[in-house]
Design a protein around this ligand. Structure first.
Ligand SMILES: NC(=O)c1ccc[n+]([C@@H]2O[C@H](COP(=O)([O-])OP(=O)(O)OC[C@H]3O[C@@H](n4cnc5c(N)ncnc54)[C@H](OP(=O)(O)O)[C@@H]3O)[C@@H](O)[C@H]2O)c1
Length: 221
């Protein structure tokens, strides 16, 4: 039977690559645009869920933002938008879908975290906090749903060749980053998407509660 996946942030970058991989593997795809589902707005999320009369097999909480903010200059409104988009949306969608997956005896959730959940860099205090919270949430949710064949994991990418990376790093900085990585290059979005797909697929029968770092060796040196 055709499985259904809901992917947030499917318009570009990692989310777009995920959409392609899931479609190539025969999934039916739901990838709401920001207009249909604004993840920074809890009312928009609740309204979307209230009107979605559909079961899904896989949820990929991918959308995220990373506006830099230095401690001492953190603006509540901007931090709140970041936490809503990156973390609270992940919680709300998981809170809605995980029990439904349990009732059906099958489900996979993959949350997109970041290397900055484990290590960090100046200006990323709010972003790092949101991604560390995702890892913690992933672990606890995995414990609660594992016995019902609902497996929940996080993927923590390193530097990926997307608009988000170009937004926060100049071309010169990107060249320096490439040179500093053991693998000497950025990830392409499809490389992260393939890992997300594995964790979300039938092939994954035993991995749950993990945060898998896919960073070209960044975090091991
Ligand atoms: N790129 C990296 O190096 C990297 C590294 C580690 C982790 N990540 C994580 O990977 C995920 C995807 O990143 P990316 O690099 O692919 O980013 P991206 O190219 O900037 O794409 C972000 C996606 O999220 C959507 N989005 C943002 N805010 C939204 C909102 N309020 N409501 C609905 N959709 C919203 C965007 O939609 P619009 O088209 O409407 O803007 C877009 O589809 C994020 O969680 C990010 O933190 C990325």
């Amino acid at each position: 039977m055709t499985k259904t996946v809901l992917i947030t942030g499917g318009s570009k970058g990692i989310g777009k690559a995920c959409s392609k991989v899931f479609l190539e593997n025969g999934f039916s795809l739901i990838a709401p645009t920001r207009k249909e589902l604004d993840l920074s707005n809890t009312i928009s999320i609740q309204t979307y869920l209230d009107n979605l009369n559909l079961d899904i097999d896989v949820l990929v909480n991918n959308a995220g933002i990373n506006p830099l903010a230095y401690v001492g200059e953190i603006d509540f409104q901007s931090a709140n938008e970041l936490m809503n988009t990156n973390f609270w949306a992940t919680v709300m969608l998981s809170n809605f879908f995980a029990p439904r997956m349990r009732d059906r005896g099958y489900g996979r959730i993959v949350n997109v975290s970041s290397i900055w959940s484990g290590v960090t860099k100046s200006g990323r205090s709010m972003y790092s906090s949101s991604k560390a919270a995702i890892n913690a949430f992933t672990r606890t949710a995995a414990v609660e749903f594992a016995s019902s064949n609902v497996l929940i994991n996080a993927v923590a990418p390193g530097y990926v060749n997307t608009e988000l990376t170009k937004l926060n790093n100049s071309p010169e900085q990107i060249d320096q980053i490439k040179a500093s990585l053991p693998i000497n290059r950025l990830a392409e979005p499809f490389e992260i998407a393939e890992l997300i797909y594995f964790l979300a697929s039938d092939k994954n029968t035993f991995v749950t509660g993990q945060t898998i770092f896919a960073d070209g060796g960044y975090s091991i040196i």
